[in-house]
Design a protein around this ligand. Structure first.
Ligand code: TYD
Length: 206
């Protein structure tokens, strides 16, 4: 089984992933945690390029770099573990590219990006995707930054608030289009509330 977590920066998905991994461990499940971009030696180097605030990267090149890191991660880590019957938990997967590069940057039509991503992953699609949804205002107050400010931590966060609005809307559209797989989780509640909402859904599939 492959589970992915999605959301704008500051959505709290990484905290939720930790909580989920603990629950799965307690059930004795074999799990593999991977984060994007990254997770392999090659993909971590690509990550450094992608998040480097001193680089000016063309949006289409950015999309290809995220995709390159993903292709490597799928081949090297996700597919072999999945084939052995383990549960793979992904901190972001190709929906991030559709939301950030498609919705946020407008590099290509979502339908083109979706078919391209299927080529990138060799047809690997998550079984369940949790889109942890928060407003951009909540994201900014949690991260203690204003999107678009220099003080923002990495190159992606330096994009302005309007960018993150577009990313969020792209996620919402995606969740509607793929309601069979993408589950919208209200990320504004307490950590335990969000954790329970995710578990309520996932336990139906375990
Ligand atoms: P990271 O520090 O891992 O952020 P987060 O904790 O929010 O996941 O940085 C990853 C950044 O890269 C984040 O801003 C989302 C962005 N991103 C894309 O724009 N496209 C992608 O395909 C992926 C995987 C991430």
């Amino acid at each position: 089984m492959i589970i992915s977590f999605e959301g704008i920066d500051g959505s709290g998905k990484s905290t939720q992933i930790k909580r989920l991994l603990t629950r799965l461990d307690l059930l004795g499940k074999e799990t593999l945690y991977v984060r994007e971009p990254g997770g392999t030696a090659m993909s971590e180097q690509v990550r450094d390029i992608l998040l480097d605030p001193s680089l000016d990267i063309h949006p289409f090149a950015e999309m290809l770099l995220f995709s390159a890191a993903r292709a490597q991660l799928v081949k090297e880590k996700i597919s072999p573990f999945h084939a052995r019957g383990g549960i793979v938990v992904c901190d972001r997967f190709f929906d991030s590219t559709i939301a950030y590069q498609g919705g946020g940057r407008g590099v290509a039509e979502p339908s083109w990006l979706e078919s391209f991503q299927l080529e990138v992953t060799g047809g690997v699609i998550p079984d369940r995707t949790y889109f942890v949804d928060i407003t951009t205002e909540t994201a900014e107050s949690r991260l203690n930054i204003r999107f678009g400010e220099e003080k923002a931590a990495d190159r992606m966060e330096q994009a302005g608030g309007a960018f993150f609005e577009r990313v969020r809307n792209a996620y919402l559209t995606l969740a509607e289009r793929h309601s069979e797989r993408v589950c919208i989780i209200d990320g504004s509640g307490t950590e335990s509330e969000v954790e329970n909402a995710i578990w309520e859904d996932l336990s139906l599939y375990l």
